[in-house]
Every structure is written in C-alpha cells, then in structure tokens.
Ligand binder design. Structure first.
Ligand code: BDP
Length: 558
C-alpha cells in the first residue's frame, strides 16, 4: 500500500482544512448539499472542538462534507486517500456512493470516477462500537459502553488527499533485505501493470548503490538500520510512465529463548505505551505534536514504543524510521472479553469479529511492511485470555497473522496468573502489563518489587521466552507533591517506577520496560478518571513530570 506522493507522474491535492459538519440520522443519504451545518476541522476529532455536550457524546452517524476542484488531466487515475476515520465510514462523491470502510485507524483508498469541475465529497462516519467492531463495545441504555481506557474519539483523524497515478502505474512495492557477508540482497517485488520495471537503490546521500529489475539487487558494504544509526536507503522504481520512491532500512531481527536481536545484537526495549491524543485535536494527526513527541522520546533516551492500542498514523511510522525507534505495531483488539464471566447474554466477540480482526492485521501489515522501525506485531491488548473461548480464537488469529507477517508476534496480557492464560504458548515474546501497588494492593509500595520479581521469575522459568513488561504506571497529578509520598503525587510516581525497575533488573528473561504512559490522555468519564488517565510521564501538554528526569538518567545508561 503506497502513500500518495507528487512527482513528474503523480499529483496530490490536500482536502484537509475546513469541512461542513453535522450529526445525522441512520437513513441519511447525502443526495443534496447539506444544510444547517457547522464548520469542522480535518484532520481532528470533533469531540473537543464542539461546545455542546450532545454533539460531543453523539452516538451514531456524523456527516463531513466539502466541495473541491482539482485540475482534471487526461490519462490519469484519480483516487481518494483518507488516512483514517473513527470508525466506520461511507464515502459519496457528488451524491453517489463510492465505497467505505468497516473500521478506523487504517487508510481508506477509493477510486474517484466522474470528477466534475466542482465536486462534493461527503463522508458519513459511524462511531458506534459493537462486539463485531474493533475495538469492541456495546450500547446499553443509550450509552456507548466499552472495555478500553481511551476516549472513543470521533472524526476524520488523518489527512484527506486526492491523488493521481498514471493509467499504467506502480501499484505496490515490497522490499525485503538479507545480509550475506559484505553484501545485502535487496529483494524487490513490484505490483504493476507497466511493462518495463527498473529498480535502483539510493543511499542516504542520494548515490545509486545498486540496480536491477524486479527480484534481487545487491548492495555492497550495506549500512544497517539501528536505533543508534537509523540509516535509510531509498528504492526507486521506474517504469515507462511512472516512478515511485520508498525509503527502507537494512536490518535483521530474530528472537530466541533469551532475547530479541536487531542485527544480531540483543535489544533492551526502553520506552512507553502511548496514545494519539492531544488537547482540542483529540486523535487528529498533527505534525507539530508528532515532532514534539519524538523529541521527547529522544530526550528520555527511549528506544521503542508500542502503538497502544491501534495503528498510529503513517506520518508517525515515518518518523520512527527516521529517528530510529523500535515499534511494536498493535491492532485495535483491546478489551476483548467473551463475557463468560459476565451476564451480557448472547452478544459477544465471535467469528465475525475474528474476520475483521484478521482483515485489520492484513491491512496493517500491507501498510507498514517496508518500515524498518516496525519490529513486532501485537495482535491484542489485554484480552480475557483466561476465558474459555480465548485459546481457540487466538490460535486462529495468530496462525493467520503468521501468513501475512514475518515479524515476531506477541499478544499483550494482563491475566494475573500465567497458569490461567490460554495464549502464552502462541507468542514469540511474552508481553505483560502489571500494576502491583496500583490496581493490586493500591498504595502499598512495598509489594511492588517482591510481587513483580516473583512473577517475572516464575514466568520466565516456566515459558522460557523473553518478556517485556509493556505496562506499569501510577496516576499522577502534576504539581501534587507529598512527603512522605501518597498516591497521585509526583513523589509516589517516581518511587513506584523505581520499585518496578528493581524487579525488572533482577529478572533474567526480561528484555524491556514500557512505562504506562508517555503522556496523560483523555478517557471516558469514570469514577477513577478525573480528566482522563494521568499515568503520563509527561502531561497532556507534553511537559515533564518529576519522574521524567529520573527515568531519562536510568535509560541513558541502560
Ligand atoms: C491497562 C490498559 C491500558 C489502561 C491502563 C490503566 O492496557 O489501556 O489505560 O490499564 O488503567 O490495563 O491505566
């Protein structure tokens, strides 16, 4: 899946900016230009922009509409690329349905036929969650309920682009690399309806270092991509009438009983679970926020993050390649329960959910396959992996994932006891979220170290797979100081993290620590949430809390 680019053969026109907007009923068809609309920003979530609670919390459909004109050139195919909407969308051009998507967080790419001098693009978004959406949820007593801890932001969250490709064009490029002695073999697969395909590899200075057609290209003395030196090459694919350039890195990944290796060197994962979340913008992609976030990740001496709990924007993935971060790419299968333990009747995660789950894994891998930063796939966060149906469900999903993804695969677990998990056997790297001293024995800082140490040691001895502690954290209100420490104070957050680190440092099989969370973020309202989840090492405005200074010193030497 190629990102729209401009060059001699291709054009891109951005439709991001001001759109018309309103809440609509289920039966609404945009056959006429909408009336009674208000302005809305794209990309952005609508929820923190609007001033009325009823719209902010609207459950159902919303219309986004915009008129646009682009130069219409002959022998060009026009396409529409929406980076992501939340969640489902239906797209209409001049009142005619042209396609849509059953899920958010991934691109929607549609053919635009019959463009006129002036055109009306209407996007209907549906933000309802059910047991057959990802993430799952249910509507009860007029309320949208869901079992995950981030706000169900609604909107067009990434850029909307009209782009052109020549009739004969490069459709897709897949790059894989292997290092043998002094050479790297770059295997290039191009899907195209063109006759002649020439491929060349440019180094970071723009010099050509290898040429060929489809198939293998040799590069002498390759410079590997790593966190310290995120060296990027470019594959240039040229045909008789099209050209596409895509960056890639030469890197090798493997996992064994003891560790995770990048270019044959063991990796220790230092970083965070994060969120696409910012004041007013909600989940809207924003370059300024992205650059600030990567600057802060570097400042922290982090080397990795997990895209908790859904695929992040392509712009963020590009920055991860450039800055040298290892990314655990996650699909939005978060808070999945089969409700064996609850009494919600027949409504539950089922085979239809699994079809969507597999589809999202496939599309995510198609989107991210050439990013050297993407080093592992996470197929879910904290499913009820002890419930009877979980074993069968994830066996199916993970064996499918292995047919479309050659990266190590994980599934992030919270089940308190390893013995109860029905999925640990299926993964390459064990990822666990643990909140001793917070959700378990709240405020008992003394239990954190012994409990975590005992559990990690037991886990590793039993499964002999590398372990990353993918979440641990304590809600902290910035500026709240307390001596001796109490929960929610900056002192407690720092002490709590230190106790977790002590346990992690003493566990043989532990190959990483991801603090929950990078920054404070918005959640649904709840009795445990005063203005969202406050476990950030940074505030929602991206200023450091006290513990940031301790953690950055720790990670400098780790
Ligand atoms: C974990 C979830 C994460 C939550 C976190 C918390 O994976 O999404 O935000 O708990 O409660 O269980 O802070």
């Amino acid at each position: 899946m190629l990102y729209p680019i401009t060059n001699k053969y291709r054009d891109v026109y951005s439709l991001s900016g001001l759109w018309q907007f309103k809440a609509v009923d289920d039966g609404y068809i945009p056959s006429q230009k909408a009336t009674d609309t208000t302005f809305m920003a794209v990309p952005a979530s609508m929820n923190e922009i609007v001033t009325e609670r009823a719209i902010k919390e609207h459950i159902g459909k919303l219309l986004y509409e915009k008129t646009f004109s682009v130069p219409v050139r002959e022998n060009r195919i026009y396409r529409l690329r929406i980076g992501a909407t939340s969640h489902k969308c239906e797209v209409y051009l001049n009142g005619k349905y042209i396609g849509g998507s059953n899920y958010g967080f991934l691109p929607v790419d549609l053919l635009l036929e019959g463009l006129q001098e002036e055109n009306r693009l209407s996007i209907l978004i549906d933000n309802r969650l059910s047991f057959q959406t990802l993430p799952p949820g249910m509507i009860k007593d007029g309320q949208q309920l869901y079992n995950h801890d981030f706000y169900n932001f609604t909107g067009i969250h990434r850029d909307v682009l009209v782009y052109t490709v020549p009739e004969k064009h490069v459709e897709d490029i897949t790059v894989k690399t292997v290092v043998e002695g002094d050479y790297s073999q770059i295997s290039v697969k191009v899907s195209t309806n063109c006759e002649q395909v020439l491929c060349s590899v440019k180094d970071a200075d723009g010099d050509i270092v290898g040429r060929g057609g489809q198939g293998l290209i040799k590069v002498k003395n390759p410079k590997p991509w790593s966190c310290e030196t995120p060296y990027l090459y470019t594959i240039v694919v040229e045909t008789e009438c099209d050209k596409y350039e895509e960056k890639f890195g030469i890197r090798k990944i493997h996992v064994d009983e003891k560790g995770f290796y990048l270019n044959d060197k063991p990796v220790y994962f230092k970083g965070f679970g994060m969120h696409e979340d910012f004041n007013i913008l909600g989940k809207g992609n924003n370059t300024a926020v992205n650059v600030r976030d990567f600057g802060l990740l570097k400042w922290m001496n982090a080397n990795s993050f997990r895209t908790t709990h859904y695929p992040y924007s392509e712009e963020i993935m590009n920055l991860a390649d450039e800055y040298g971060f290892l990314v655990i790419d996650e699909v939005p299968a978060v808070g999945m329960h089969w409700w064996d333990d609850y009494n919600f009747g027949e409504d539950k995660v089922n085979a239809e959910t699994a079809v969507l789950h597999k589809e999202m894994i496939k599309v995510l891998m198609e989107r991210d396959k050439n990013h050297p930063s993407v080093v592992m796939l996470s197929v879910a966060n904290e499913p009820a992996s002890h419930e009877e149906n979980a074993g069968e469900y994830f066996k199916d999903v993970i064996s499918y994932a292995r047919t479309v993804c050659d990266l190590p695969i994980t599934l992030v677990e919270f089940t308190q006891f390893r013995e109860n998990s029905l999925v640990t056997d299926l993964v390459d790297v064990v990822c666990i979220n643990r909140y001793y001293g917070w959700y378990v024995n709240h405020a008992c800082i003394e239990v954190v170290y012994p409990s975590l140490k005992e559990e990690l040691t037991d886990y590793y001895n039993a499964v002999k797979k590398p372990i990353i502690v993918t979440e641990f954290g304590a809600d902290t209100i910035e500026g709240n100081h307390c001596l001796p420490s109490e929960t929610f104070s900056e002192e407690f957050q720092e002490e709590y993290l230190i106790e977790n680190f002590k346990a992690i440092d003493e566990c043989e099989g532990c190959i990483g620590e991801h603090i929950w969370n990078f920054a404070d973020f918005k959640t649904k309202e709840g009795i445990k949430r005063a203005r969202g989840n406050r476990k950030g090492v940074f505030t929602r405005e991206r200023q450091p809390k006290m513990c940031a200074h301790y953690v950055r010193r720790r990670w400098k030497n780790k």
